[in-house]
Design a protein. Structure first.
Length: 348
């Protein structure tokens, strides 16, 4: 661990320390764009892969063996804590997660708190196994959803466009909303602390859907609970706080916490960093669709992003969201090489 803390470009960047090149990892870097992953999915369901440590380890390591990533992220899913809370969860082909919705005070009161060492033991075993396989070469990132994003999945019963049911509960029954957020923040805090104890060396908190809120609503209904989760693991490992469609929420997200603020592609990275302040790191923020384009476009966009941050310590290169399923593998490989080569040459 000591060697990684002092030599890993990713961990150094999380702490805004100088690095010889800009580190890179990708959200959904182990996913459907890889033929090896698709082959496994033909044999196993998504949940089977998440819950079987041998399979989850194999998937986590697929991109690490193929590309020169500067960090691995554990193969899991942010909805897994819902099942031990007593919520029905399944993944239907072409539909994504389908959840038995929880929308009233009685249903929320029945949601269970649990001990991750018992109910998510498969995840913790995967973390331990991956750490052994990585053998100190690169760090391992753990993750969870943020309270708002899990609440929205619970209330909507899956993905949503306008989050009308979520906002309706939030506005119409404040006490029920706060009771749900209290319970979720406790569960997610426990899950992240358990991941740290199991061996992850950094954490990303995904608030993927919080961009649907106004700054006023974020500050009142979300910020205290995101802050509570982040505070529980603060100073243990670096924390990346990520959201999408969140340009109006950046300062409030910083207030909620995190060593690094993760950006989507809808905001210019240099301006975003100046807005949140240079006392935090920044992660991002290539549009995932750029990887569907030609190599000269990818190179142009890589240079634009790296030039915008001006080599300032604390930048971690990533996409603005996950790798798209139809992304050519060779473009991912080229992206990693471009980021390493251009950032190292510009600091020479």
């Amino acid at each position: 661990m000591k060697r990684l803390e002092t030599q890993s470009p990713f961990l150094l960047a999380c702490r805004r320390k100088p690095t010889s090149y800009t580190p890179i990892w990708l959200m959904r870097q182990a996913g459907r764009y890889m033929k090896e992953y698709r082959a496994l999915r033909k044999k196993y369901s998504f949940l089977e892969m998440c819950k079987t440590p041998e399979l989850a380890t194999e998937v986590t390591l697929l991109p690490i063996k193929k590309f020169k990533m500067d960090a691995a992220i554990i193969f899991s899913d942010l909805l897994l804590p819902l099942e031990p809370m007593g919520v029905s969860l399944e993944y239907k082909k072409g539909e994504g997660p389908v959840i038995h919705p929880v929308r009233d005070e009685k249903e929320i009161s029945r949601l269970r708190l649990f001990h991750p060492e018992e109910s998510l033991s498969f995840l913790l075993k995967t973390i331990q196994t991956v750490r052994r396989e990585l053998d100190g070469k690169i760090p391992l990132i753990g993750f969870s959803g943020a309270p708002f994003t899990l609440a929205s999945y619970l209330i909507e019963g899956g993905h949503s466009t306008h989050y009308a049911l979520t906002k309706s509960l939030m506005y119409r029954n404040r006490s029920t909303w706060f009771a749900l957020m209290e319970k979720l923040s406790e569960v997610l805090s426990r899950c992240l602390c358990a991941q740290v104890r199991a061996g992850v060396e950094a954490i990303q908190v995904f608030d993927s859907w919080v961009g649907c809120l106004s700054p006023k609503d974020y500050e009142e209904f979300v910020l205290p609970y995101s802050k509570r989760v982040i505070e529980k693991v603060r100073n243990r490992v670096p924390i990346i706080h990520f959201a999408t469609s969140h340009a109006t929420l950046l300062k409030l997200m910083k207030k909620a916490g995190g060593d690094v603020i993760g950006l989507d592609w809808r905001i210019e990275i240099g301006e975003a960093w100046a807005e949140v302040g240079y006392d935090v790191g920044i992660q991002g923020n290539l549009d995932p669709a750029v990887l569907l384009g030609p190599l000269d476009l990818i190179q142009k966009e890589v240079k634009r992003i790296l030039d915008a941050v001006k080599g300032r310590p604390g930048h971690i290169f990533n996409l603005g969201h996950g790798v798209l399923p139809n992304t050519p593998v060779e473009n991912v490989e080229a992206l990693v090489e471009m980021v390493h080569e251009y950032s190292s040459s510009s600091r020479a």
